[in-house]
Each structure stands twice: as structure tokens, then as C-alpha cells.
Design a protein around this ligand. Structure first.
Ligand SMILES: *[C@@H]1O[C@H](CO)[C@@H](O)[C@H](O)[C@H]1NC(C)=O
Length: 249
């Protein structure tokens, strides 16, 4: 309707704005997500293909319009363009809503309605929810690793789609290529890990060889000592001999 009106009136600039995103909603991406560690936030994770997210969209946008009154920020994350964030926050269902206050994360599981969102903040109903434990905290090192794997798997999928849809590579060929690459990388990585472990904790043949070396070294030392002792003795003997020789002379 609005679009039609715009077309009829023939003004293009305001029309572009008419279809634009709500003013108070904050878009969060991989680069600037740490901004939510400060202050109070409500964050929705969504994807364009998810029907439940579409149902929520209107309520969420309306809730965002209330954000200034509530003195919070309302944000959203599109997981299809930010796969690292869906890994970091362990988003397994869509839509997922988090409440964040001063870096403490809580999962929102209440009704997805504007009034429920508002009273959740106004009545501080988030206080009865257990925070996300430290080991799953989105800003922890292990979650950064999970994020990397999510990003990696997403880029593999994108590459697969690119090969199949744009380069005309048959799907089975793409799958077998990735299987091959995965196996090869796995073998190389495994081999490297074994090498490193073997350097740190020698086992089996290498351990035996090392111990043999030690023994040999010990023996050599022993022999060397004996030899030097013997040679000393010899020289002593020689001296005595020469003394005797002198006496006899
Ligand atoms: C993150 O970056 C996007 C795109 O540049 C911007 O629209 C958004 O406001 C930023 N969000 C935060 C929390 O700074």
C-alpha cells in the first residue's frame, strides 16, 4: 500500500526509507557484537528463511520502538550472514532471544509478544533466570573457537553451493572433493599431532632407542674412566720400572 502510494506520488527517496528497517533496532554483526557487553540489551537471532522469525518480526520491531523508554537497546542478528555469532551463542533454535545486562547473558524463554518483552524488562523478570554459565559465555576463548568452526563450515557450504550452482560441478563431485580434502587434512593433522606427542612423551621404538643411547653413553664414560685409570697405572708402572732400572744401575 505504502509502496503503491509512493509509486503514484513518484517520490523515490522517501519510498526507499518507507521500506527501511525500524529506527531503533540495532543490527549486530561479527565485528561489533562485543558492544552488547555494555549496558542492557535484548537480542534476537533470526534467519530470513525461518517462519517463526517472520511471525516475531512485527512484535520485535514494536518492542525496539520502546527501547529508549525502557533505557535498553534492542538488537538483532541475522545468523545467515553472521554464522560465527550463532556458534558463539550456541543458537540451536530460531528465533533465539537473549537478555544481556553488563555482560551477563540470559536466555529468554517467555512469550514472544511485545507486552511480555516490555514487562520482562520493566519488572526485571530476568532476575529469576539463571545466567549462561562461564564455560558457555559468548566472550570466552572456547566459544571463540566454536565461532571459528561455524564460520569455517559455513564457508565450506558456500563454496560447495558456488561450485554446484555457478560452476556446474556435479554435487557428488563437490562432496567427494570435500571428503578428500577433509580426510587428507585429517591425516596430516593427525600425523603432526603424533609427531609432537612423540617428541614430548617418547614411546615404543623411539623410547627404546633413546634408552639404548643413554646406556651406550654411560658405558663409554665407564670405559673411558677405566682406560684413563689403566693408562695412569701404566704410567705409574713405567715410573717404577724406571726407578728400578736406576737402582740396578
Ligand atoms: C554494527 O555494525 C552495523 C553495520 O555497520 C551497524 O548498523 C550497527 O549499528 C552496529 N552495531 C553496533 C552494536 O554497534
Amino acid at each position: 500500500m505504502r509502496l503503491l502510494l509512493c509509486l503514484l506520488l513518484g517520490i523515490s527517496a522517501p519510498c526507499a526509507f518507507a521500506s527501511m528497517r525500524p529506527k531503533h533496532l540495532v543490527y549486530i554483526n561479527e565485528e561489533n557484537w562485543t558492544n552488547i557487553m555494555k549496558g542492557e540489551w535484548m537480542i534476537e537471532f533470526h534467519a530470513p528463511w525461518c517462519p517463526a522469525c517472520k511471525d516475531l518480526q512485527k512484535a520485535w520491531n514494536a518492542f525496539a520502538d520502546w527501547s529508549q523508554d525502557l533505557q535498553i537497546s534492542v538488537g538483532e542478528v541475522d545468523v545467515t550472514v553472521n554464522p560465527g555469532l550463532s556458534g558463539r551463542f550456541l543458537v540451536t533454535a530460531l528465533p533465539t532471544i537473549y537478555h544481556v545486562k553488563d555482560g551477563v547473558f540470559r536466555l529468554y524463554t517467555g512469550a514472544r509478544d511485545k507486552h511480555d518483552f516490555i514487562s520482562f524488562i520493566e519488572d526485571k523478570r530476568w532476575r529469576v533466570i539463571d545466567p549462561i554459565p562461564d564455560y558457555k559465555h559468548p566472550n570466552s576463548k572456547q566459544m571463540a573457537v566454536v565461532a571459528v568452526f561455524f564460520k569455517l563450515s559455513m564457508s565450506v557450504r558456500d563454496l560447495h553451493n558456488h561450485l554446484v550452482e555457478e560452476k556446474g560441478v556435479p554435487a557428488w563431485a563437490s562432496y567427494s572433493m570435500f571428503a578428500g580434502v577433509t580426510l587428507t587434512l585429517g591425516c596430516i593433522l593427525g600425523f603432526l599431532i603424533v609427531l609432537v606427542i612423540d617428541q614430548v612423551f617418547p614411546t615404543g621404538a623411539r623410547k627404546a632407542a633413546l634408552e639404548q643411547k643413554k646406556k651406550d653413553a654411560a658405558k663409554k664414560n665407564g670405559q673411558a674412566n677405566k682406560e684413563s685409570n689403566e693408562s695412569k697405572k701404566n704410567t705409574n708402572n713405567n715410573k717404577e720400572h724406571s726407578k728400578e732400572d736406576k737402582k740396578t744401575k
